[in-house]
Design a protein around this ligand. Structure first.
Ligand code: ATP
Ligand code: MG
Length: 249
C-alpha cells in the first residue's frame, strides 16, 4: 500500500475535563476519500482544527508528507499543501468571486498583496483564476461580490480558492451543510473527481454523500474512533449502527 499523505497518531485534546480527542490515529492515503462520521459533539471539527493548526493538540503526532507539522502554524501548513475549505470568513466579502481566487493565485505565486490594485487585469492572475471558477462551475458568477453569492456558491468559491493553492490534501468539514439536494448531488460529483487531485479527509453528516464517496470511513464517538473500514464494513458493523446510524442492530 502507498505511503500515507497524512498520518495522525494518538492525538489527544481536552477541554477541561472533556476529552474531545481521545487517542485518535488515522491515515489518509493518495487518491483516497477518508470520511469521518459521528454524532454531534463527537469531536470531528476539533480533530480537523488540530490538523489544520487552528487548535493545538495536547499530545500525539500529525505528519504530513512525512514531516511532523504539529509545531507549525496554520499558514505554514497551508503552504505545505494542506488545504482547508469552507471557512466562510476567509472570503473577502466585498471582492468579486474572481478577485477572491486571484488573491489565492497571487498568494501561491508569492507576490505581495500591496500591488494587488495594479494587477487586477494581469492575465497571469485572471486566466488561472477564471479556470478555477470554471472547474467549480462558478464562471458565470465571476464578477459577483462574494457577499452576494448563495450559500452553495460560496462553498464552490472556497473550493476554487483551495484549488488555486495546488493542495496535496484537503480537509473538508461538512461541505454539504445547508445545501439542498440538487446542490449536494452536484458537490458530491465534484468531490468525487477531486480525489485524483488530492486525497481528502471529509467530515460529513450527509450519509448519501459519504456512502457514495468514501474509500474508507472512520467513526468517531466521544473523541475515539470506534470503527474504521470500507463503506460495506461500516454499514454492517452493529456497534456503528447502534452508536450512530440509529438503526436497531
Ligand atoms: N473551544 C472549545 N472549548 C470547550 N469545549 C469545546 C470547544 N470546542 C469544542 N468543544 C466541545 O468538544 C466536543 C467536540 O466538539 P466538536 O465541535 O469537535 O464536535 P463535532 O463532532 O464536530 O460535532 P458536530 O457534528 O455537531 O459538528 C463537544 O462536546 C464540544 O462542546
Ligand atoms: Mg463539527
Amino acid at each position: 500500500m502507498s505511503e500515507p499523505i497524512l498520518e495522525i497518531r494518538d492525538l489527544r485534546k481536552s477541554f477541561d475535563a472533556l476529552k474531545a480527542t481521545d487517542g485518535v490515529s488515522l491515515d489518509l492515503r493518495p487518491g483516497q476519500i477518508h470520511a469521518l462520521i459521528g454524532p454531534n459533539g463527537a469531536g470531528k471539527s476539533t480533530l480537523i482544527h488540530q490538523i489544520a493548526g487552528t487548535l493545538k493538540a495536547d499530545s500525539g503526532a500529525i505528519r504530513f508528507l512525512g514531516q511532523d507539522i504539529g509545531g507549525l502554524d496554520t499558514a505554514a501548513r497551508a503552504r505545505l499543501g494542506l488545504a482547508r475549505s469552507f471557512q466562510i470568513s476567509s472570503l473577502a466579502q466585498e471582492f468579486s468571486a474572481l478577485r477572491n481566487v486571484m488573491l489565492a493565485v497571487q498568494a501561491k505565486a508569492g507576490n505581495s498583496f500591496r500591488f494587488f490594485r495594479q494587477v487586477t487585469s494581469d492575465k497571469s492572475l485572471t486566466e488561472p483564476a477564471m479556470a478555477m471558477l470554471e472547474r467549480v462551475g462558478l464562471a458565470g458568477r465571476a464578477h459577483v461580490p462574494a457577499a452576494e453569492l448563495s450559500h452553495g456558491e460560496r462553498r464552490q468559491l472556497e473550493i476554487a480558492i483551495a484549488l488555486a493553492l495546488s493542495p496535496k490534501a484537503f480537509l473538508f468539514d461538512e461541505p454539504m451543510a445547508g445545501m439542498g439536494p440538487e446542490s449536494s448531488k452536484k458537490l458530491t460529483t465534484f468531490l468525487d473527481g477531486l480525489r485524483h487531485e488530492a486525497p481528502m479527509l471529509l467530515v460529513e453528516h450527509d450519509m448519501d454523500a459519504v456512502f457514495a464517496l468514501a474509500d474508507r470511513i472512520s467513526v468517531l464517538v466521544y473523541g475515539r474512533i470506534i470503527a474504521s473500514g470500507t463503506v460495506d464494513e461500516i454499514r454492517s458493523d452493529s456497534e456503528v449502527r447502534r452508536a450512530y446510524l440509529g438503526e436497531a442492530a
